[in-house]
Design a protein. Structure first.
Length: 395
């Protein structure tokens, strides 16, 4: 397995360079953006053809169902709504982080879009930014071809249809991918600032915060062992500032909920009301145990494949921040007590899991074989996405 930390690569245009190079940077990423857009277009086309036959509106399926409705209500009215379920359960809207509804409200205020349309527009725009960031990380770790394939694979993720919905997955992945890229390039303040935005988008930002913190500790320990200890903190001042910035978005929202509700642990109480708490994997184990044997075996096989992908990421020797982020996203997604059907979606931002198959696909003998494989995966993802969206269960 190639060592991604030491592999020699051609120098690619740097997205952080001066404005005059913006055209060259965009041209470098254009194949990845085109591949990603094509994959998502296949998904939208299948949905557009299938939805009318089922008597449903494809755009409404993308922007007016499930969590999308909660974000739009926050965008229109602010926080303060609570839904009471028939079983007596209480779901406060404080479970949803503020960046997406803020963007929806802002875009709707300056364009002809409704809030629902603004949510879709934000998600699609963020999807392109996320694909660009995914490409940038893949190209940095391996090469341009692998980066293009990685972006396409991320678009063809089994629950990739959520990337076309007014959800936070694309917005969060964009922040996370570019933050990781900034760390890989040594731009710690940029990484920390992007982590702040990620922390205002999803609670999964805890994985990104951990990636920055663990990497910084490793850097300090290595320099302390091998270098001059004098001036250690001064030499790494920008890194430390970036790490200090990183948790401010997530912490800021937790404090906001605490002040609003009058309890220091209010945010965690809110999540518990939604059934989202850390149980160490108990809910997952009970779910598997309650399935019929064939379904349980199939799910165990899927979990085994997930574990093997993590092993391959380790064997690739992916850089520490990338590896910590990936493993943390996977672990957080598996040890929570929330609805099982949402877990594949929650793991979607862990795009480095797709780097081992991306390397394999990019290394195929001919471009045609790679293209045929990606086309098949895009079609499979599109059919599954349309079938799910036309059903009754949440993604």
């Amino acid at each position: 397995m190639p060592d991604l930390q030491t592999r020699t690569r051609p120098v690619a245009p740097d997205p952080g360079a001066a404005w005059p190079r913006a055209g060259a940077v965009l041209a470098h990423a254009a194949p990845a953006l085109a591949a990603y857009a094509a994959v998502r277009a296949v998904g939208l086309l299948v949905l557009a053809l299938w939805a009318p036959a089922a008597g449903k509106d494809a755009l409404h399926l993308l922007g007016g169902r499930w969590d999308s409705v909660w974000y739009q209500r926050i965008a229109e009215h602010g926080y303060g709504y609570t839904a009471t379920l028939p079983d007596g359960g209480v779901h406060p809207d404080l479970a949803f982080f503020p960046l997406l509804p803020a963007l929806e409200r802002g875009l709707a205020a300056v364009t002809p879009f409704t809030v629902e349309g603004a949510g879709i527009a934000v998600a699609w725009s963020a999807g392109l930014l996320a694909a660009w960031g995914v490409f940038a990380v893949g190209a940095h770790l391996r090469d341009r071809r692998t980066g293009v394939v990685l972006a396409a694979l991320w678009g063809a993720y089994p629950t990739g249809f959520v990337q076309s919905m007014a959800y936070t997955e694309t917005l969060f992945t964009a922040c996370a991918a570019w933050s990781l890229y900034a760390v890989l390039k040594g731009r710690w303040i940029t990484a920390g600032a992007l982590c702040v935005l990620a922390g205002l988008t999803r609670p999964t930002a805890a994985a990104l915060i951990a990636a920055l913190a663990v990497t910084a500790v490793a850097v300090l320990l290595r320099e302390r062992r091998t270098g001059d200890r004098r001036g250690l903190l001064r030499r790494n001042a920008r890194m430390l500032l970036g790490v200090c910035l990183a948790p401010l978005g997530w912490l800021g929202y937790v404090v906001f909920v605490a002040v609003r509700e009058g309890s220091p642990f209010a945010y965690f109480d809110v999540q518990a009301r939604w059934g989202n708490s850390i149980d160490g994997g108990r809910a997952l184990a009970l779910f598997v145990a309650g399935l019929p044997l064939p379904a349980a075996l199939g799910l165990c096989a899927a979990l085994g494949l997930l574990g093997w992908l993590v092993v391959l990421c380790v064997r690739q020797r992916q850089p520490l921040p990338v590896l910590v982020y990936t493993v943390a996203v996977v672990v957080v997604s598996l040890i929570g007590s929330g609805y099982f059907g949402s877990r594949p979606r929650l793991m979607m931002p862990a795009f480095p899991l797709l780097l081992p198959p991306a390397v394999a696909l990019a290394g195929m003998r001919t471009t045609a074989r790679t293209a045929v494989t990606l086309t098949f995966l895009a079609l499979a993802s599109a059919v599954y996405g349309a079938w799910t969206l036309l059903g009754s269960g949440p993604p």
